[in-house]
Write a protein that binds this ligand. Structure first.
Ligand code: C2E
Ligand code: MG
Ligand code: MG
Ligand code: MG
Length: 285
């Protein structure tokens, strides 16, 4: 009987597994091609400084413009890219493109703005990311102060010894570090205090229900206060409405990013914003 059950489950199990692995194999191939065919595009989402009410920095977000499909969002391919290791060449392309683009704007005489680049856990822990950053900065000629690296709590907690060395090297270079999706991971306060982190980015999930949701109000206010105590800047992501903005302003949050201010933009549209400079504020600013 057990043998028969084993046989049955064998038959049921494998077709699914095969289908799944076939699909990820196909996707993996397409990701390879996408890199060669330059199908990845970087969008730039501007950030709003709440003190000045003006445009202050941006985040680079990758997407995949598949020729015969709708644009694929990063959540649909970054995980597989991480698993297969393809994140390393893709991530290198992202970093280089973000710095190159920033320099293009600067060379065109537009006012410089800092660009934040997302670095996945694998890129952070398996590559010598500090070396790569140094190399890309030299190649593109971009000053380190215009680059920020966004990493998650889980990425920095994987190997704290290594993190300490990597972050210190980035800091010495003059690159700033942002902790992304803050509040959703398991970083410990003692490490946050030790690591050279300049910015905490409050995860969107805490912002969604503001200003209602007493837990989220409390958590958000606590993250802002804690970040400031540690001498960090605090930014909120996923800000979609005025009520959220008002709450965050009231609690002294430094910056916001979200659809209320601007969606992620194509490079040409971001350039227009740079050109408008400090006029690019919103009424609430
Ligand atoms: P993230 O770094 O937390 O990026 C913020 C995500 O929220 C982006 O989604 C952005 O488009 C979206 N977003 C911004 N404002 C709003 C808003 O007001 N409302 C809503 N509902 N969403 C908003 P996206 O571009 O789909 O990226 C998802 C995640 O994929 C990113 O989360 C990041 O973890 C990863 N990712 C994106 N670009 C890169 C990249 O270049 N490299 C790596 N390693 N990961 C990336
Ligand atoms: Mg990010
Ligand atoms: Mg984030
Ligand atoms: Mg997020």
């Amino acid at each position: 009987r057990t043998k028969e059950m084993g046989k049955n489950s064998f038959q049921f199990y494998f077709p699914e597994l095969n289908q799944w692995s076939m699909q990820s194999l196909i996707l993996e191939n397409k990701l390879h091609q996408a890199l060669e065919r330059e199908e990845f595009v970087l969008l730039y989402q501007p950030q709003l400084n709440l003190q000045t009410g003006t445009f202050d920095g941006m985040e680079a977000l990758v997407c995949w413009r598949h020729p015969d499909r709708e644009t694929v969002s990063p959540s649909d391919f970054i995980p597989l890219a991480e698993e297969t290791g393809l994140i390393e060449p893709i991530g290198e392309w992202i970093l280089r493109t973000a710095c190159w683009q920033n320099m293009e704007w600067q060379k065109a005489g537009l006012p410089p703005q800092k660009v934040a680049v997302n670095i996945s856990a694998r890129q952070f822990n398996q590559l010598n990311i500090a070396e790569l950053v140094g190399q890309v900065l030299r190649e593109t000629g971009m000053e380190p102060r215009w680059l920020s690296i966004e990493i998650t709590e889980s990425a920095i907690m994987q190997d704290v010894q290594k993190t300490r060395v990597t972050l210190r090297r980035l800091q010495e270079m003059g690159v700033t570090i942002t902790i992304d999706d803050f509040g959703t991971g398991y970083s410990s306060l003692s490490y946050l205090k030790q690591f050279p982190i300049q910015t905490l980015k409050i995860d969107k999930s805490f912002i969604d229900d503001l200003p209602e949701g007493s837990d989220d109000r409390g958590i958000t206010a606590a993250i802002i206060a804690m970040g400031h105590t540690l001498g960090m800047l605090v930014i909120a992501e996923g800000v979609e409405n005025e009520a959220q903005l008002d709450f965050l302003k009231g609690r002294g949050c430094d910056k916001v990013q979200g659809y209320l201010y601007s969606p992620p933009l194509l490079a040409e549209n971001l350039a227009e914003m740079l050109a408008r400079g400090s006029e690019a504020s919103i009424s609430a600013g």
